[in-house]
Design a protein around this ligand. Structure first.
Ligand SMILES: [Fe+2]
Length: 256
C-alpha cells in the first residue's frame, strides 16, 4: 500500500495545486475552504461528502475490470458487522405494517450461467420514510437489514417493505455545498443495497432501483448505474424486485 500512496498522493496534491493556480485562489478563499473542511469534520460528514462526490468514480474504475454484473456505490449506511441471517423476511418496523409489501428475489449465477449456491447476500435499504436503521432516529439496527443465502439453484427470496427516494442529510455542510453553492439537489432514488459474497467469486456491491421512480438517472450521488432498474411488477399486491447477479471469478487485480 505504501507504494501506492507514494504514487498517488503527490499526483493528488499536484492536481489540487493546479486547480488553485488555474483559478488564482486567494488567501481568503483558501481559508474559507479550510474552514469548510473543518466544518465537515465537526459535523461528522466526511463519509457522506466523500461518498456523494467521489464514490461513483471508484465504481467507474472498478467496472473497467469487472465481468458479469457491474458494481454500484456502497453508500455510507452499511453497518460493518454481521447482519442477521434471514430466510424469509427482513425485520419490519412495527409502525410500517401498512406500508407497501415488497418481495426481493433473484438468482446468482456465474459467467457460464451456472447457479451459484451458498452465496451470501447482505441486503439493506431505507424505511418506507427514507431512514436507515442503526443510523437515524435510534431505529433499531435489526430492521431492514439481513443476510440471505442462495439455495442449491442459486435463488434467494425475502420479503420487506418498499423503500422510497430520500434526501441525504442536507442540513449540514454537504447539503450546503450541493444545494446552495453547486445548484444541485440532495435526493437519491429509492433503492435496495446488496453486497454479494461467495468463496472463489469476486465480491459485488450493488444497488437495485425502481423503474419509473423519482430521481432514477438523476441521483445526487451521480451514479449512472442503471443495469439494475427493476420493472414495475406486482404479485398479489406486493412489489416484486427481481434482482439477478452474475459473479465473475475472484481474480487478482493488477494495479498496473
Ligand atoms: Fe441507500
Amino acid at each position: 500500500m505504501s507504494e501506492r500512496v507514494k504514487q498517488i498522493v503527490p499526483d493528488l496534491i499536484e492536481a489540487v495545486r493546479n486547480v488553485l493556480r488555474d483559478h488564482k485562489v486567494t488567501f481568503d478563499e483558501y481559508r474559507a475552504g479550510f474552514g469548510y473542511m473543518i466544518g465537515v469534520q465537526e459535523a461528522k460528514e466526511i463519509p457522506l461528502l466523500l461518498d456523494a462526490l467521489l464514490n461513483s468514480t471508484i465504481v467507474e474504475i472498478e467496472n473497467q475490470t469487472r465481468g458479469g454484473t457491474k458494481a454500484d456505490i456502497q453508500g455510507p449506511y452499511y453497518l460493518d458487522e454481521n447482519y442477521p441471517l434471514v430466510t424469509k423476511a427482513l425485520a419490519v418496523r412495527p409502525e410500517d405494517a401498512d406500508a407497501e409489501d415488497m418481495i426481493i428475489r433473484g438468482c446468482v449465477t456465474d459467467l457460464a450461467g451456472q447457479p451459484v449456491s451458498g452465496a451470501e447476500i447482505d441486503i439493506w435499504h431505507s424505511t418506507p420514510d427514507g431512514l436507515y436503521s442503526g443510523i437515524h432516529d435510534n431505529i433499531d439496527r435489526k430492521y431492514y437489514r439481513g443476510r440471505v443465502l442462495t439455495d442449491a439453484d442459486g435463488h434467494y427470496s425475502v420479503t420487506s417493505k418498499t423503500p422510497v427516494a430520500y434526501q441525504i442529510p442536507n442540513q449540514g455542510p454537504t447539503g450546503e455545498l450541493l444545494e446552495k453553492h453547486l445548484g444541485r439537489h440532495s435526493w437519491r432514488p429509492a433503492h435496495i443495497h446488496f453486497w454479494v459474497r461467495c468463496v472463489g467469486k469476486r465480491d459485488l456491491i450493488n444497488q437495485a432501483y425502481f423503474e419509473g421512480g423519482d430521481y432514477v438517472g438523476n441521483d445526487c450521488c451521480e451514479t449512472d448505474h442503471l443495469d439494475l432498474v427493476v420493472p414495475k411488477i406486482y404479485e398479489n399486491g406486493k412489489r416484486v424486485m427481481q434482482v439477478n447477479f452474475v459473479l465473475e471469478p475472484a481474480y487478482t487485480i493488477s494495479a498496473g
